[in-house]
Design a protein around this ligand. Sequence first.
Ligand SMILES: CCCCCCCCC/C=C/C(=O)SCCNC(=O)CCNC(=O)[C@H](O)C(C)(C)COP(=O)(O)OP(=O)(O)OC[C@H]1O[C@@H](n2cnc3c(N)ncnc32)[C@H](O)[C@@H]1OP(=O)(O)O
Ligand SMILES: NC(=O)C1=CN([C@@H]2O[C@H](COP(=O)(O)OP(=O)(O)OC[C@H]3O[C@@H](n4cnc5c(N)ncnc54)[C@H](OP(=O)(O)O)[C@@H]3O)[C@@H](O)[C@H]2O)C=CC1
Length: 308
Amino acid sequence: MSTSKSYYKPLNISSVFRPGLFENRVAIVTGGATGIGKGITKELLFLGCTVVIASRKADRLADGAEEIRNWLANTGQRATLHVVQCNVRNEDEVKKLISTTVQKFGKLDFLINNGGGQFLSPTADIRLKGWNAVVETNLTGTFLLCREAYNQWMKEHGGTIVNMAMDMWKGYPYMGHSGAARAGVVNLTKTLGVEWAQSNVRVNAVAPGSSIVSPTAAANYGNVSIFDGVGENIPMKRTGTVEEVCSAVCFLLSPGAAFITGETIRIDGGHSYYITPNFRLPDSKPTDVYSWQSKFDADAAKGPQSKL
Ligand SMILES: CCCCCCCCC/C=C/C(=O)SCCNC(=O)CCNC(=O)[C@H](O)C(C)(C)COP(=O)(O)OP(=O)(O)OC[C@H]1O[C@@H](n2cnc3c(N)ncnc32)[C@H](O)[C@@H]1OP(=O)(O)O
Ligand SMILES: NC(=O)C1=CN([C@@H]2O[C@H](COP(=O)(O)OP(=O)(O)OC[C@H]3O[C@@H](n4cnc5c(N)ncnc54)[C@H](OP(=O)(O)O)[C@@H]3O)[C@@H](O)[C@H]2O)C=CC1
């Protein structure tokens, strides 16, 4: 059975959250210029939030910011986007990212630790430098950002943090370093959710399946077709969209999630629960997709002046 796009039934809508939900809020999104982070940035801006995007590469940040600003102009919404170069593995740069944000915008309401990644390798072949690079990026970087956001602002004023995990629940062959680091992130999320509850700081995480079609992610693996065929093994019979991660992040940031902390939400179409080798679901059509059928994207490609 094919999972070609012709079976998809896209829901032609934009954010499911009310306009202005995040007005007067300030967020940092690491890795906010590409892929999932870019999607999160767009939705936050669309909902009125001021967003600071931060990652290592100045050219990626500049290109991403330009695209996002054009896109936002075409939605008719207004919000502030700011760019800071920051390697989450560098303690000084992380401290500066938080202090700059607080100085410039007067506060920090949301931290989204999205930036991260890894390379594919049998674990036996991973050199210590490579192991450390991945663990420092995904686990230590998340720790540093959480700690600085808390100590510099959230401890006194409250705030909400969303961390990025992955579907490492059964281990992750060929991504042993990242699987271990993300399992650490899930555990750290629980700890901080408890330790910081009294400061009115909620800490949660999302765990996307290895199935969120992100062109930058595919390019990072040097294989643009890495997501092809992945949907076949997922109960929902399809890959996931960036927007399906973003909406979970926005929910966790919203007041509607005020009693949720320490939690990790799986966004994987049921893949991580589909474990029984002697039970196969019958073939079926892919389920409905949540995607901002952009209208906005098409208009953004034409430039900021085009009409909705
Ligand atoms: C099965 C099907 C599954 C299918 C899998 C499907 C996956 C789809 C799901 C997607 C999940 C995602 O997370 S998508 C997100 C993808 N995005 C990314 O991964 C981008 C971010 N990643 C990175 O920047 C890098 O991978 C990372 C290593 C973490 C950090 O890079 P740095 O520039 O800091 O470090 P580098 O100098 O490049 O490398 C440091 C060392 O790491 C090791 N190293 C780096 N790249 C390496 C490589 N390709 N192969 C071996 N080893 C490598 C070497 O030892 C390097 O040292 P030397 O020996 O001295 O060079
Ligand atoms: N796509 C998927 O299916 C899944 C993705 N994930 C995770 O979701 C997150 C987003 O991935 P996705 O959008 O798909 O892929 P991308 O490659 O597009 O995103 C990775 C982002 O992280 C940034 N980044 C990487 N290393 C650092 C660092 N040391 N300091 C600061 N920023 C950094 C990159 O920017 P720059 O290069 O400029 O630093 C880039 O913007 C990642 O953590 C990824 O591992 C998890 C599960 C599945």
